[in-house]
Write a protein that binds this ligand. Structure first.
Ligand code: GLA
Length: 725
């Protein structure tokens, strides 16, 4: 891994074992991407940049009619200088004009990676960083574009910061972190779309003319769109083909553009959504945009996912959780909703302990006057009816049972019916000329305000001062509207969306540093804020409020494009399922939930002894295979979005343990015998099926595969365990 500079050609070569990313300074002033893809050893300019005198070209240099920014691949695209594609930046100068003419000036290569101020960003072990300095002379602005290449994963992070060195304030009205110009458009575009209870559907289409825009203006990354796009060869699949992918390390509004140029080139951009955004840059101030991570794989989507997995596990997740196995939990939500007494919960906890659960999670309903969703968000003290002596004695009982204890909070919100709102009505996002809007009966606290953030830090620190609370489920159940802050002046109101996210990150940074061993699980009505920004503070996320095993096959499969199974909280719940009414076998519910970070979310007191016995066996089994599931390699085998079910397998890092899972949705007539071929095994090794004791070659399991028997039942599942001899 390294970054070389070839002075004669003015070429920067960022490389690791598998990948090269090559930039060139053009005419001493602009920077172009010359190559990105499979590792090449030395760049001799074989793919020359060719320029032609073309209609409508605007020439920066009047002596050269062939050279126009409109056809130049640019790493940071200027504004108002004849590159008519979407720009990387837009400024508003004090005279109302907006042209931004920054030219390349110099570079720096560093052996480390600096953290980004106020923002989550990848840690820089095994990495090198190239910083390109650009300068805008007319307004004395410096712009730095940084690239960090990593040795342990095929990823490059990119970020942009801008500094006002002049004497006059100006405004940033658009600043996209990444801008990547490909010289052709012959790609498919893969994105993740969804909604509440239906997150992360994989959508694949041909790149088409014009601009395709993915975005969120909901104040969070959202379940509707994930801040991720991949471009792949039209024939790329799980194992073959080039894939270029981009993901944003940010949890608020975002935009990703894919724009086909007039001569068939392709521009891909990602960054803060420019709508409803601006940022005042006073003299001597700087602004840093959130980080984008770029990944290249020549081994299809598996290579892409594995690069993202290593990146998030080794560079985003807090070090103390990187190698830590996650506890099997029982969550009280679908078991009891708001309706419980502490005695009932203790009964539940006893049963939980008895079947092997390790962590008891008290979900919503434990605080203030909270007996429904219209009350008490904001009042983070124990509900006096449910816990007359406070939470501590209850927690103590749970700990005495030999369980860990965790608790649910939704700190960013407040109900109209709460003490906090009555005391501080101006602490919510609102506009002075309209009634504040509710969603799930709640308002959004204005995290752009330092006083609100400090209050929340204090409240949550009080809660966590009980050292027996070792897990927090941090929820966020509505999107932002009437986004305005009572404290900011008129010209800064468009900063509120971003300031909200910065406020949130400040709270999370403070709490996770103050309580480093508390395991945070992110949640936004399920996977509504499952992004690399939140993962930097919360090593796992509640994947979806939809706990139906069949729906979960798709949701977890889609989520696995970016996030490793250890980050995906997945629970076995009751039947008929509370979201879709489906009845699925307990075994299938387990097969899906054990494919992630296993938990249970159902009333064990209502289960018969036979079912409890099954659950006991499931948990015992999971504890044995947990290192392979949570720390091994994950391979997708059958895509449930296109087929009657899905399949995947796990392989431990030493390739000794293999677990394969197949879920069939419907039982079909005229059954055509299906086969799944495993992946990631050792070809020459012999593997034994741990249940049947049959012996197979690694190559045989991978190439000939396993036949799947017919079962005359819907929603069936199969799990195979193999051990290397
Ligand atoms: C959200 C979460 C659920 C549960 C409820 C509680 O919907 O996604 O898991 O915690 O809130 O109100």
């Amino acid at each position: 891994m390294g970054i070389d500079y070839q002075k004669d050609k003015q070429v920067f070569h960022l490389y690791n074992k598998n990948m090269s990313y090559i930039l060139q300074i053009i005419k001493g002033e602009f920077v172009s991407l010359r190559y990105w893809g499979r590792r090449i050893h030395c760049f001799h300019d074989s793919n020359k940049l060719l320029f032609y005198d073309r209609g409508f070209g605007v020439n920066i240099d009047k002596e050269d009619r062939t050279f126009s920014l409109d056809t130049l691949p640019q790493e940071f695209s200027t504004n108002g200088l004849g590159d008519f594609r979407s720009s990387s930046i837009a400024m508003e100068w004090s005279d109302g004009t907006s042209v931004f003419d920054a030219r390349y000036q110099s570079y720096e290569i560093r052996q480390d990676k600096q953290p980004l101020p106020g923002l989550p960003s990848a840690s820089g072990e095994f990495s090198q960083t190239l910083i390109l300095h650009f300068y805008e002379e007319a307004h004395d602005i410096q712009l730095d574009v940084s690239y960090t290449i990593f040795e342990d994963c095929d990823c490059i992070t990119r970020n942009v910061s801008i500094s006002n060195l002049g004497e006059t304030s100006c405004k940033i009205t658009k600043l996209l972190t990444s801008n990547t110009d490909f010289n052709h458009r012959d790609f498919d575009l893969v994105t993740l779309h969804g909604s509440h209870t239906n997150e992360k559907n994989i959508v694949r289409r041909k790149v088409s003319d014009g601009i395709t825009m993915l975005s969120s203006l909901r104040g969070t990354s959202s379940p509707q769109q994930t801040p991720f796009i991949a471009l792949c060869d039209p024939n790329a699949n799980e194992a073959y083909g080039n894939v270029y992918a981009f993901a944003f390390v940010y949890s608020g509004n975002f935009m990703a553009n894919v724009e086909v140029g007039q001569y068939g080139s392709l521009r891909v951009q990602m960054g803060l959504h420019p709508e409803a955004f601006s940022w005042e840059l006073a003299p001597k101030e700087s602004f840093t945009a959130p980080e984008v991570v770029l990944t290249y794989s020549y081994t299809g989507f598996t290579g892409m996912s594995h690069a993202f997995y290593t990146f998030s596990q080794q560079h985003l997740i807090k070090p103390q959780f990187r190698n830590q196995l996650r506890p099997v939990l029982l969550n009280s939500w679908e078991a009891a909703y708001f309706d419980f007494t502490q005695e009932q919960l203790l009964e539940l906890a006893k049963k939980a302990k008895d079947v092997g659960i390790e962590l008891f999670v008290l979900d919503d309903g434990w605080f203030g006057q909270r007996n429904d969703d219209a009350h008490s968000l904001g009042d983070w003290y124990a509900n006096k009816e449910k816990f007359p002596h406070g939470l501590d004695p209850f927690i103590h009982e749970i700990i005495k049972l030999g369980l860990r204890f965790g608790i649910w909070v939704e700190p960013e919100m407040v109900n109209e019916e709460s003490e906090l709102y009555r005391k501080h009505p101006d602490w919510i996002l609102h506009v002075p000329y309209a009634k504040p809007l509710v969603g799930r009966n709640q308002f959004v606290l204005d995290l752009s305000r330092a006083d609100v953030c400090e209050y929340l830090i204090e409240q949550l620190s009080n809660l966590l001062s009980n050292k027996n609370i070792t897990y927090i489920k941090w929820d966020m159940n509505r999107h932002l509207t009437q986004v305005s802050s009572a404290l900011l002046p008129a010209h800064k109101q468009k900063e509120v969306y971003h300031r909200y996210v910065l406020g949130l990150y400040h709270i999370l940074e403070t709490l996770t540093s103050r309580f480093p061993n508390v395991l945070f699980e992110g949640c936004s009505s399920g996977g509504g804020r499952f992004d690399f920004g939140m993962l930097s503070y919360m090593p796992q996320t509640w994947t979806s409020d939809n706990t139906d095993a069949i729906c979960r096959v798709n949701i977890q499969y889609g989520t696995s494009l970016l996030f490793p199974p250890i980050t995906m909280a997945a629970h076995v719940s009751a039947v008929p399922n509370h979201q879709v009414g489906r009845i699925t076998p307990l075994m299938t519910r387990y097969a899906v939930a054990m494919s992630g970070n296993l938990g249970y979310e159902l009333n064990l007191n209502e289960m018969i002894e036979e079912e409890l016995h099954c659950i006991r066996e499931q948990i015992e089994n999971y504890k044995n295979i947990r290192p392979t599931i949570q720390q091994g390699d994950f391979y997708r085998l059958k895509n449930p979005f296109h087929q009657n079910g899905g399949a995947w397998n796990f392989v431990s890092k030493d390739k000794k343990h293999v677990i394969a899972i197949y879920i069939r949705t419907l039982s079909m007539p005229a059954y055509c015998v299906e086969t799944i071929t495993l992946r990631g095994l050792e070809e020459d090794a012999i593997y034994r099926n741990s249940e049947t004791q049959e012996i197979f070659g690694g190559d045989e399991l991978m190439y000939a595969g396993i036949s799947i028997p017919r079962v005359r039942e819907d929603f069936t599942s199969f799990i195979w365990y193999f051990e290397k001899l």
